[in-house]
Design a protein around this ligand. Structure first.
Ligand code: GDP
Length: 364
């Protein structure tokens, strides 16, 4: 999966952040098969390694890899009971692979807060409770169906029922299902439910423009404490500023960041954190014509990685020539690595590592 859904209460800065994402948007030429959906933004994943490879190899073209963000506006208190088209929005969340939860930390009396005050922890709880209630409904329904199947004596139903009971108990305590640490086997047994609170979460703390250079922001620290308990991450952004930065490129962008006194935009940090949240890793191909970053799921094999480039390459996979990014930088080029004998030959069971530079041999 490659999609992060952006959720949060109204007026917290979701659309502003989503606009920054579409403004920064990836070169659409690289994604000819993507349908144009106004709620989906595709962005390049910033990667210093790709920049360095480009500098060393000087190819005709450099193509970064990308991820998708989906704007899921309209989630309000009561969504799980159908308030404000609640079911539609919860359904949209079901289709994403990870959740970016935008939380308002900026103070501005001109912008109404739906709950009357700026209180990120309360806001997080409101949204989380809607997701928990929606999951509870799915789990309870499924449990009833599974219970009827127990009499078939099929072991699978018994195991499934046990997982459902476990998940139901956690949800009833008001906690997200991800707090359970289910085994892969258990997750598989309830996979078809697509539970909302089982998806990994990242909090985007939307702070005021004056706060972006501060080392500590009390409201953000509160979120960080909560996130630490549930193994989630927090990225600080200032949606308005991110939208301004997103309009710039190259040297102009560098200069503006310098003026702001920051090294990296909040949006770039968010994109990288989202990529990690999705369990994605990057491998590279590095020819003189094209240097390119590609995405695979953690644990992908060499043929699967080849398949990301072209299905023929997976079907006819013979072997991969592989070198780590660091080693390639040290020797200077794929060709000199080949001559020096530092390329590794890997077969079909090889597990791709983040930063591998690959050349696939295949039968046509
Ligand atoms: P959404 O309902 O969550 O999509 O929120 P919007 O993105 O529409 O933002 C609501 C209002 O808050 C708009 O007027 C934005 O300009 C403003 N806003 C969003 N982010 C920030 C921020 O970081 N700082 C300030 N001062 N205002 C912001």
């Amino acid at each position: 999966g490659m999609k992060c859904g952006i959720v949060g209460l109204p007026n917290v800065g979701k659309s502003t952040l989503f606009n920054a994402i579409t403004e920064a948007g990836a070169d659409s030429e690289n994604y000819p098969f993507c349908t144009i959906d106004p709620n989906v933004g595709i962005v390049d994943v910033p990667d210093k390694r790709l920049d360095n490879l480009t500098e060393i190899i000087d190819p005709q073209e450099t193509i970064p890899t990308a991820i998708e963000f989906v704007d899921i506006a309209g989630l309000v208190k009561g969504a799980s009971k159908g308030e404000g088209l609640g079911n539609k929005f919860l359904g949209n969340i079901r289709e994403v692979d990870a959740i970016v939860h935008v939380v308002r930390c900026f103070q501005n009396d001109d912008i109404t807060h739906v709950e009357g005050s700026v209180d990120p922890l309360r806001d997080i709880e409101i949204i989380e409770m809607e997701l928990i209630l929606a999951d509870l409904e799915s789990v309870t329904n499924k449990k009833e169906k599974t219970e009827k199947m127990l009499k078939t004596g099929d072991k699978m139903y018994k195991e499934q029922f046990e997982v459902l009971e476990k998940v139901e108990a956690v949800l009833e305590e008001g906690n997200p299902a991800r707090m359970l640490d289910l085994s892969d086997k258990e997750k598989k047994l309830i996979k078809d439910l697509n539970l909302l609170t089982l998806k990994p979460v990242l909090y985007a703390a939307n702070v005021g423009e004056d706060d972006i250079t501060k080392d500590s922001i009390p409201l953000v620290e509160k979120i960080e404490n909560k996130a630490a308990q549930e193994d989630a991450e927090v990225v600080t952004v200032s949606a308005g500023v991110e939208a301004e930065i997103a309009e710039l490129e190259g040297a102009e962008k560098e200069l503006f960041l310098e003026e702001l006194g920051i090294e990296e935009s909040g949006l770039d940090k968010l994109i990288k954190a989202g990529y990690k949240l999705l369990g994605l890793i990057t491998f590279f191909t590095a020819g003189e014509k094209e240097v390119r970053a590609w995405t695979v799921n953690k644990g992908a094999t060499a043929p699967e990685a080849a398949g990301v480039i072209h299905s023929d390459m997976e079907r006819g996979f013979i072997r991969a020539e592989v070198i780590s990014y660091e080693e390639l930088v040290a020797v200077g080029s794929f060709a000199s690595a080949r001559n020096a004998g530092t390329l590794r030959l890997e077969g079909k069971d090889y597990i791709i590592k983040d930063g591998d530079v690959c050349y696939f041999k295949f039968n046509v």
